[in-house]
Design a protein around this ligand. Structure first.
Ligand code: C2O
Length: 562
């Protein structure tokens, strides 16, 4: 692989959306931020310089493998292509990015060099700020092409495009969550959904028009669309009027191709589709609309829109062929999409599902209420996993683990629900939340089965759960309570989809398996930023192995201090 260098300047810049202008945090003045291009097995080195008045970290949803060679190249200032001829990559998470999990934040005026190797990964991933709500605007795509000369396992597209879905707030998202934490209430929803940074037509601004986002296509060409949901708090349906899309990859893992007119993408997830411009030349509506299967959440009609526009023959004022987005609570549409996903599981890209299980875990995930004398209703919304609402430490967990600093965390995170629970809101254990910085310890290379059970402490709601450091296989899902006796009989251990973010269905469960072959401290959290803020997060410690090249490397010299 090659070594690719990027420089990310975190700077404030004014952007005008929904008729008003405000400063937002950006990388290099761009919203969305710059795309990182690389090939499988390349090493990516990104120097992040913090020019703003807030602390910053960046997470790369790549697996954060790490190369000794690139490391010594950096320190000796010899930056040259890195060749990995048969040498196993050592792994460490110093470049993973979540604040206070793998690193202390980059303070104003400081910088940090992230270094990761894209071993065995190709497809679409993304990067985003991983501190507070900064990722609202600090995010961008990572496009990893296959190794030179290696074709895609699907028909070669004529062109490729990145499409990033996100949210826009008229006020400062940071202020919104701080206000919510003070009051104990839920934060405001965003004011618009954006497609590649363009807000849709629902703004009250007279000058705003439908064609903010426009994807120009040539008749008969096939496009590979690399679609990312970077929204803070919304699962999104994605549609293109009049066109069907063939799903070929999710979270940088190839899938068995299937054709659909609607995608469901949760925050954290990426979906690659082939779209052929095979309709009459014209303009077609693109929509990104919310999916919320919770009775808790009020109706949200904001739909991000844009157009697919056939080039040449069509004027920009031609009538637009429209499409109706699925209703907000279209659970059947969402689950039919999720249920259609399978690993490609070909000879070249086999699904290496762990067939035995060393650690069988059951995590309840949900929202609750804690007393809060100073809050508006005398209580505050909290969120937890197995009744533990995670408390962020003030120093990085990976450092505490690596240097054996005691008193930062405990490794007694419960592997099973500590109290009786129920998928409805009536479970007696559902309402009790304890605070703690508790981690779950796994030996190197352990095979882990993890069932996420939605418990709906307040009421059921779906949660897009994201695991750092690993891909996992989504081996099963169901409604109601997970049943240790009957549910596993329906597991798919042949070709389950492989990915890094999975929705736990509202009032149901989802099961995953992964192999803990990456030593370090790895964050697991709901990718709804508001739920993470409320405590729906925990971390795994994966111990070093005994063999050579199975230990965390020492931290880089420029690792920020707290
Ligand atoms: Cu995309 Cu921990 O996040």
């Amino acid at each position: 692989g090659m070594t690719r260098h990027y420089k990310f300047n975190v700077v404030e810049k004014n952007f005008t959306r929904l008729c008003s202008s405000k400063p937002i945090l950006t990388v290099n003045g761009q919203f969305p931020g710059p795309t990182i291009y690389a090939r499988e097995d390349d090493t990516v080195i990104v120097k992040v310089v913090n020019h703003v008045k807030y602390n910053v970290t960046i997470h790369w949803s790549a697996l954060s493998n790490f190369s000794h060679q690139a490391m010594s190249d950096i320190s000796s200032n010899r930056l040259r292509p890195f060749c990995r001829h048969g040498v196993r990559q050592l792994m460490t998470g110093w470049s993973d990015g979540p604040a206070y999990i793998t690193q202390c934040p980059i303070q104003p005026g400081q910088n940090y060099v992230y270094n990761f190797t894209l071993t065995g990964q190709r497809g679409t991933l993304w990067w985003h700020a991983h501190i507070s709500w900064m990722r609202a605007t600090v995010h961008g795509a990572i496009v990893i092409l296959p190794k030179r000369g290696v074709p895609y396992p699907f028909p070669k597209p004529d062109e490729e495009r990145v499409i990033i879905l996100a949210e826009w707030w008229k006020s400062d998202p940071e202020a919104i969550i701080n206000e919510a934490l003070k009051s104990g209430l839920a934060p405001n929803v965003s004011d618009a959904h954006t497609i590649n940074g363009h807000a849709g037509p629902l703004s009250s601004c007279p000058s705003s028009s439908l064609d903010g986002f426009s994807l120009r296509v040539d008749k008969a060409k096939t496009y590979l669309l690399r679609i990312i949901n970077a929204a803070l708090n919304e699962d999104l349906f994605f549609k293109v009027a009049g066109h069907r899309m063939t799903v070929v990859e999710v979270d940088a893992c190839y899938t068995k191709p299937f054709t659909t007119d609607t995608l469901l993408i949760t925050p954290g997830q990426t979906t690659n589709v082939l779209l052929t411009a095979d309709r009459a030349a014209g303009r077609y509506l693109v929509s990104a609309s919310p999916f919320m299967d919770s009775p808790l959440v009020s109706v949200d009609n904001r739909t991000g829109t844009g157009t697919v526009q056939y080039t040449n023959s069509v004027s920009t004022s031609a009538a637009i062929t429209t499409t109706k987005p699925p209703p907000q609570n279209a659970t059947p549409v969402a689950s039919s999409f999720t249920d259609s996903l399978r690993s490609l599981n070909s000879k070249l890209y086999p699904a290496k599902v762990p067939l035995t299980v060393d650690h069988s875990l059951l995590f309840t995930v949900g929202l609750g209420v804690n007393p809060c004398p100073g809050c508006v209703n005398g209580s505050r919304v909290v969120a937890d996993i197995n009744n533990v609402s995670f408390v962020m430490p003030t120093t990085a967990l990976l450092q505490a683990h690596y240097f054996n600093v005691s008193g930062v965390f405990t490794d007694d995170f419960p592997g099973q629900p500590p109290m009786p629970f129920n998928y409805t809101s009536s479970g007696p254990g559902n309402v009790q939340t304890m605070n703690g910085t508790r981690l779950y310890r796994l030996p190197f290379n352990a095979s882990v089965q993890l069932v996420f059970q939605d418990t709906g402490i307040i009421g059921p709601e779906s949660h897009p759960i994201h695991l750092h450091g690993f891909n996992f296989f989504a081996i099963g899902k169901g409604t109601g309570n997970f049943d240790h006796k009957t549910s596993p009989s329906k597991f798919n251990l042949i070709d389950p989809v492989e990915r890094n973010t999975i929705p736990v269905p509202s009032g149901g469960w989802t099961a995953i398996r992964f192999r803990a072959d990456n030593p370090g401290v790895w964050f697991l959290h709901c990718h709804f930023e508001v739920h993470t803020t409320w405590g729906l997060k925990m971390a795994f410690i994966v111990d070093n192995g005994k063999g050579p090249n199975q230990s965390i490397l020492p931290p880089p010299k420029d690792l920020p201090a707290c």
